[in-house]
Design a protein around this ligand. Structure first.
Ligand code: SDX
Length: 454
């Protein structure tokens, strides 16, 4: 085979700003050879032993880019917030195992942990709770917005619009905003998102809004705003409050998932925090991401309605020509059981035992899981239940309609989004995210006047 003449390195590009060296010193290097040139790329190692090759200067040094269309092999940042061990099914939030947090903490404590970096003391938790209560009301003018949505408006549409509208009523966080003001904005978001979620539900069923009350804890307040009414004697049970705390904790953060990356991407332009969170809400809505919890229930309802046998469901899931997917199964990172799904499944079993999950949906879910986990096609692809497979069954048992499931995911994920937005802003190596591409379109075409076009 004739050896191609070594290509001249791409003409020296205008000097590109060197990507800032991260705090971790390179432990080793990876050698790249191209066009007769060698480039030793630093290899950085995280605290859990995962390694990354720093390619930030590839364009500057060699005039080429790395190509990774779904970012499956790309680390877009260094982060100390959450660690996901996909091979072993481990999840750490600020170093704490998700199992311990779900068992011992409240969601407010986990939100504080994510936003402030450690679990709160009694005094810090009390002050955080006071701030959450203080900022739980919605501006009266914003309450009027709900009236202009049609009855069938999806709560995620309302949530994303209302969140970004908060920027019209409350001051933006600037790059030099002091910590006190940032804390107020963060608790304002955490508290008002909960109120917006409850109001969007009440609007969808034509019932009057139930205002937040200082008498209740975060989760109890939300349940009360959702299910209280002027003619009911609803009182949130301790069991439901405990379950909702656990579910929100399970969703609180999950490193660089699509919606968190959207928050970071929008934040990298300097857009205000409300706009970033609204972008996160929109990204989460997709059925491949947070929208999967609603899609799982719709899938189970369809299987029951159409009496589709489980083997037929799995056959369709494997058939590339069939648009069917086993929703709630598979994960980009977990190649074993999602630890959150394990906790959600245990909650499901508890509710089945208490007769709060009845009917065929729960049975079908268990049958599907058992059959898929025993199926070589699923085993070869390391497809396991993810966080969304069981959570919808629990939300239903608590009384939530399926259209609210992804809103609940957003409520849980909010402190994670905020923590990543804060970390991105404080990271000196972060600049506006502007990925490249490689162009496959036409070269220079002559312009044809419209009279001559055929
Ligand atoms: C969340 O990133 C996060 O951390 C997300 C999340 C978070 O906390 O933020 O964990 C929350 O979004 C969980 C995922 C919820 N989505 C779903 O449950 C939707 C169903 N799952 C799939 O669409 C899929 O598994 C994804 C989207 C979750 C992951 O997609 P990937 O990593 O791109 O995997 P893939 O599509 O490349 O699949 C690899 C193979 C393919 O088959 P082959 O081409 O190798 O033959 O597995 C198959 C896929 O066809 N496959 C599935 C499947 N998931 C993957 N086949 C049937 N049903 C599925 N659910």
């Amino acid at each position: 085979m004739t050896k191609k003449p070594a290509r001249k390195p791409a003409s020296a590009k205008p000097a590109r700003k060197a990507a800032k060296a991260p705090a971790e010193a390179a432990t080793e290097t990876a050698r790249l050879e191209l066009d007769g040139r060698r480039l030793d790329l630093p290899v950085l190692t995280g605290t859990q032993g995962e390694r990354v090759i720093h390619v930030g200067n590839l364009r500057r040094e060699l005039g080429v880019s790395a190509y990774d269309p779904a970012l499956a092999s790309t680390a877009v940042c260094r982060s100390g917030i959450t660690y996901v061990d996909g091979a072993n099914g481990r999840l750490l939030l600020r170093g704490y195992p998700i199992e311990d947090l779900a068992q011992h903490a409240t969601f407010v404590e986990v939100a504080y942990l994510l936003v402030h970096g450690d679990l709160p003391t009694l005094e810090q938790r009390s002050r955080f709770s006071d701030l959450l209560n203080q900022h739980s009301m919605l501006h009266e003018n914003m309450r009027n917005f709900f009236g202009n949505y049609p009855e069938g408006a999806h709560p995620m549409a309302v949530l994303s619009a209302m969140v970004v509208s908060l920027s019209s009523f409350y001051p933006e966080i600037k790059l030099d905003t002091d910590r006190e003001e940032i804390d107020i904005t963060v608790t304002r978001l955490l508290s008002k998102l909960r109120t917006i979620a409850a109001f969007s539900y009440k609007k969808s069923i034509g019932e009057p809004f139930i205002d937040p009350s200082h008498r209740y804890s975060y989760c109890e307040n939300f349940l009360n705003m959702m299910f209280q009414s002027p003619v009911s004697r609803y009182a949130a049970s301790a069991e439901d409050v405990a379950i909702l705390n656990k579910l929100l904790i399970l969703h609180a953060d999950h490193e660089q998932n699509a919606s968190t990356t959207a928050v970071r991407m929008v934040g990298s332009t300097g857009a205000n925090l409300y706009a970033c969170i609204s972008a996160g809400v929109c990204a989460l809505w997709g059925p491949l991401h947070g929208g999967a919890n609603q899609a799982v229930i719709e899938m189970l309802e369809r299987i029951v309605r159409e009496k589709i046998p489980v083997p037929e469901v799995l056959r369709r899931a494997k058939d590339k020509t069939d648009g069917f997917r086993l929703m709630g199964f598979g994960h980009r990172i977990y190649k074993t059981y999602d630890p959150r799904a394990r906790i959600a499944k245990a909650i499901c079993s508890q509710l089945v035992r208490k007769g709060r999950i009845t009917g065929p949906l729960g049975e079908i879910a268990l049958e599907l899981e058992e059959a898929a986990l025993a199926d070589p096609w699923f085993q070869e692809r390391h497809l396991y239940p993810n966080v969304d497979f069981y959570t919808g069954l629990i939300y239903r048992a608590l009384g939530f309609p399926k259209e609210m499931f992804t809103v609940l995911f957003a409520l849980g994920r909010l402190p994670g989004w905020i923590a990543h937005w804060q970390e991105m802003r404080a990271d000196p190596s972060q600049r506006i995210m502007r990925p490249g591409q490689y162009y496959v379109g036409p070269s220079r075409l002559p312009y044809v006047p419209i009279a001559k076009r055929r």
